[in-house]
Design a protein around this ligand. Sequence first.
Ligand SMILES: [Zn+2]
Length: 286
Amino acid sequence: MVDKFIKYALHPIILACVLIAWLFNLESPVFYLLVLLSVHSLLGALEYWKPARPGWVVPAWPKLFNVVLVVILVMGAGLVAQLYQVHLVTPLSKFRENMSLDIWPHSWPLIVQVFLVFFTSELLWYWIHRAEHRWHFVWRVSGHGAHHSFKKLNALNAGLNHPLELFFLAVPAALMELIFGVGPAAAGATILLVTQATIAHTNLNMNSKGMDLLFTTNRHHIRHHSVVLEESNTNYGCATLLWDRVFGTFADSFTVDVGVGPTEPTLAQKFLMPVREPGDTTVAPG
Ligand SMILES: [Zn+2]
């Protein structure tokens, strides 16, 4: 019964709950933290109880250490977003207004706008992410290898990124606000994007058929984390697979071995990946 619930209902129910909760709590900043905490608590508990790959269950202390790292990185992400807002979006939005570039459909139903931001923002991320895997310089400067370096994946991995990558992850949201002046729908899309990225890393046996037409499923994103280069260079969308389907990088198979090589680098090695690649790496672009 629980297995069937996880397989067929968990993913769509989480997405629906997050969206409905957002519609009722539009103005509350505490809400975003509560959603993040609830989604992680639920997925984290289920991953201990019903893991899809039992070998990937992270023991309590390393898990707690990762939780602390993610909390620090989430605070860092907030700072980076604020930096972009103050030094880029706000000064240049005056320019957009002066040019009368107000093309965003603000009068459309809010939920439609949320999905419009979701897919447009993911289009920007698709190309940034693909560039990280295409050019060695971008791979290095973004620290993207650190995100790929884990040999055990779970929901928490969505937040385990190199501090340098925070500057890349915040680009789509900043550009969306800069170009379109999106407004309230941006927050709804952000919570949906973060929830999707979290589910995409989950170590649970979830059904992907149907969902994978539009949304990134953990089956497909875990394939992107594969230790095999050809498998890793697919499924770049962290929240939607729509753009992978459009641009021909969608692929499907069950992956068991993830990481940047046969061994997992230490925390210090992960941190130093922008300047020194681990010797046994298999997925870094040449
Ligand atoms: Zn990647």
